[in-house]
Design a protein around this ligand. Structure first.
Ligand code: ADP
Length: 553
């Protein structure tokens, strides 16, 4: 017998309806490329989102069509987040840090026809537009438009090419009251992102309305991000990186004020926005927060961050030393999170459980540096050659996950993909240990593990430990070829300005924590570690850089 409950679809328009009814006065603050700050109410943003929805339909966008964005974080981008899924179309956020050839591939693969583009990114679009089939381009300009719709010139002085639409004029020409909410099946796609493609061609992941809604609901839980109406959320994670980790959807649904940083992600700009907007929760990859920490350390007490209750860090491992430094030197709490593009993206979060309330600070920090326990509705297991690993906190295996916001296949996939198991789990490619009660610790991505003499060495644990040395700003550990052991770890280190340390100092620092055979064979000092398009350490470049030299040794 089936339950007699309403067939209420979990779809993005429910976010708009609730925000309109309950939170019209809440605010959306955006820092623009020229550094000015603009403020809107949710009522403004929702009205503009409905206009955008009407205008896109008038341009011929149909349910299921992909509408791409190539834009900085700002209220216009939020409007696109809300409008595109609300006409049944698919929001496809493009990573503006990708190479033009990758963008051309991704836009073609997704078959994007309409593009919402920030005017400062016109030169990037020009580089690949001949290779793609975009029929309508809508340009967000950050100054007043001074001439007509075709070939007009924006206030910032950049010519808008013929045939493009000005975002503001498009909105002005549309009547919000003509927005008709289509009937949306919660399993329909609402948004799309591509994986980074570090291991081959980027692959598209389609997020259903249901996935986003359930992910948002779970994000709000107290054991997750505890988001509530009195929060002010600033995603430092870009809006093209897995929907800014879902935060704009969650914040709009729960009525949080939202703040967007535009292109200004340097530590000074981030700090000034955190202070001026009294942000309560922010999120981003560790490299950003390593930079912010240096700035905070340089000017102790200069920033009033008393309202900031959580800095969510994910995408790469947050070093224990960083978690500790934020807490002890600046009274700021880091919440470590793990996720993937294929997972909408959050999978696990690390909040200290009640059983550890009496534990020592050291134990708590040790726990908080792990990636945490699965959110409700996410299930985990880890697979080793001999079968699933025991939850003993020691045995390494590949993490597998399942849940309602985890992809069941890639966009356009034909044929079986070994990452999706027959019994309905997704192989993450992350090598983990799972401790009692499901707390995971990422040892590595499978491709980054150092395989020395048949044993695995975790590059993540070595590099996060190295970043605890007072002279080290950043560290990455990679495998380099070795004639006897196949691979050995090499540490690549950036020192903090004005600090010195020798390779021996750093090895001595690591010695008490690691078995001798784990210690890097060598340490290279460099000026900067190359970054991926989402700001993580780009180990593939380092491997290429050092492979040959170590092969010859
Ligand atoms: P990209 O390939 O561009 O990094 P994703 O953002 O999907 O794309 O990356 C997901 C991967 O990032 C995970 O599989 C994992 O290897 C890594 N990752 C994410 N969060 C963490 C974390 N907190 N600690 C360690 N690794 C993480």
């Amino acid at each position: 017998m089936r339950g007699l409950m309403m067939d209420y679809q979990l779809s993005i328009p429910a976010i708009l309806r609730r925000a309109q009814a309950q939170f019209p006065h809440k605010t959306v603050t955006s820092r623009r490329p020229d550094n000015t700050v603009v403020r809107h109410t949710y009522a403004d943003v929702l009205e503009r989102a409905r206009r955008l929805a009407v205008a896109l339909v008038a341009l011929g966008v149909k349910p299921g069509d992909r509408v791409a964005t190539l834009a900085w974080a700002g209220h216009e981008h939020l409007e696109a987040y809300l409008a595109i899924p609300s006409i049944g179309a698919v929001l496809h956020t493009l990573n503006l840090r990708l190479h033009q050839d990758d963008l051309a591939y991704i836009v073609s693969d997704a078959d994007d026809r309409v593009l919402i583009l920030d005017e400062s990114l016109l030169p990037l679009f020009e580089k690949f537009k001949a290779q793609v089939n975009i029929t309508h381009v809508v340009v967000i300009s950050h100054g007043a438009v001074v001439s007509g719709t075709q070939g007009s010139v924006s206030g910032c002085g950049r010519a808008r090419p013929d045939g493009t639409f000005d975002y503001e004029q498009l909105l002005a020409s549309a009547d919000a009251s003509r927005y008709v909410e289509p009937s949306i099946d919660e399993h329909d796609a609402a948004a799309m992102c591509y994986t980074s493609g570090t291991t081959g061609r980027p692959k598209g992941v389609l997020y259903s309305h249901r996935a986003i809604m359930l992910h948002s609901l779970a994000q709000g839980l107290r054991d997750c991000l505890a988001l509530a109406e009195d929060d002010t959320v600033l995603p430092i994670v870009p809006m093209f990186h897995v929907n800014a980790w879902g935060l704009p959807f969650t914040a709009a649904w729960l009525g949080c004020n939202q703040v967007f940083a535009g292109p200004h992600l340097d530590p000074e700009s981030v700090l000034s926005l955190l202070v001026s907007e009294k942000v309560t929760l922010t999120a981003g990859v560790p490299t950003v927060w390593l930079g912010v920490l240096q700035e905070l350390d340089k000017h102790p007490g200069a920033f009033d961050l008393s309202r900031l209750r959580a800095i969510v860090i994910g995408g790469s491992a947050a070093p224990l030393s960083m978690i500790r430094a934020y807490q002890e030197r600046h009274g700021l709490t880091i919440v470590h999170a793990w996720g993937m593009t294929e997972m909408t993206p959050l999978g696990t979060l690390c909040n200290v459980p009640s059983s550890m309330h009496e534990a020592s600070d050291d134990e708590k920090y040790r726990y908080r540096a792990k990636q945490g326990t699965p959110m409700p509705l996410v299930e985990i297991r880890a697979r080793a050659e001999s079968g699933f690993t025991p939850w003993d906190g020691q045995t390494m295996g590949e993490l597998e996950v399942r849940g309602p916001w985890i992809a069941s296949q890639y966009y356009g996939a034909t044929g079986a993909d070994p990452r999706f198991s027959d019994d309905g789990w997704f192989g993450t490619g992350d090598i983990v240990t799972i401790a009692d009660r499901g707390c995971i610790e990422i040892a590595d991505r499978a491709k980054d593990l150092v395989k020395s003499g048949g044993e695995w060495i975790s590059s993540v644990l070595l590099e996060t430990a190295l970043m605890g040395h007072p002279a080290v700003a950043e560290a990455a550990v990679i495998a380099v070829p070795h004639p006897r052991w196949d691979e050995r770890p090499l540490a690549v280190v950036v020192l903090k300005p004005g600090h010195t340390a020798t390779a021996d100092d750093l090895l001595t620092f690591l010695e008490p924590t690691f078995a001798k055979w784990w210690l890097p064979d060598a340490i290279e000092f460099i000026d900067a570690i190359p970054r991926t398009s989402v700001g993580k350490f780009k180990k593939s470049t380092l491997r290429e850089q050092y492979r040959e030299r170590y092969q010859r040794m």
